[in-house]
Design a protein around this ligand. Sequence first.
Ligand SMILES: [Zn+2]
Length: 339
Amino acid sequence: MMISYLFEFLLVLLLIIANTTLSAYIPQFSPSFGKQIMKENAWKNKLDSQLSSTEIQNLSQIKKFLSDFGYLKQDVEWFDNVLDNETISAIKTYQQNFNLKVTGNITIEVLKHMSFPRCGVPDLNLDNGFDTPNVAWPKGNKWFPKGKKNLSYGFLPGSEISLEMMIVLKNALTRWSKATKVISFTETKYDDADIKFGFYYFGNRTEDVIVGYTFIISQQNSKRKSGEICFDGSESWVLPNDDHIWSWQIDFETVAMHQIGHLLGLDHSFDEESVMYPTILPSQPIKVELTLSDNQNIQQLYTQFNPTSGYVRCFSFFGSSYGLSSSLLLGFVFAFLFN
Ligand SMILES: [Zn+2]
């Protein structure tokens, strides 16, 4: 019950911040929701005045989010709260990519979408993000030697990968192997592996939404590279044999399929049905089967000669439906409002 009231309270604040019409949202909630809105007039006045200026409290966190995922190129230590043209442009691009109403403003729709669990690999500007030259985001399938058809994989020793999770990962590799028609995978020791799986505890607040990511690292003193797939050790993971997935849980196989896709050369797709869609939408908590376009994209990399494209980016736009079920929404909105 406490959580329910907290949830509604946060929604009230969200709606006020976004300055959106309430009529579209009220039917989803109890009658007390409207009364609470009346009680929050003081907040509304305060936040309205912020929206009318170019400086918005805690906008810096949104700018950090936009920077982390490639929408804002500002290379700074910290972000200010000024709604500048570059930020407006970044918000518009985010809205376009995710088929949201393009306004350039931080709407409730944008905040909701930003709060959904997602992949840590940026959607754009994959050359940015790492200070060390031997680490990079995956871009295409060029990180392993050309012509190499068998990739080895290993599990981080001491990591929390259970036997059941290993089976899920092997099944995901098999599914991708069939899709490429040419790549096979063999298990080996972690240190020797081309693809390394492990659980890690991610750090800062923006990363609250990140459930996994992948990067390429060049080994010290050698030209050999490996692909690291990192799963968030703090998530509540669900496995295929579990008969139910709660709103705060994350399907392990879904994230595994997505991250392996990165290592095989696929970039994010903005087709909601694709396994390479960056975000886990509440309406699609489980997504493990490759779509027709996923298959075409991967086969283009492995079975067709394509000299101009190192990787495939797919811009398709579909209608969206959103639920307010993610506990991550609460955390992210809290961070935005109260820090
Ligand atoms: Zn991704």
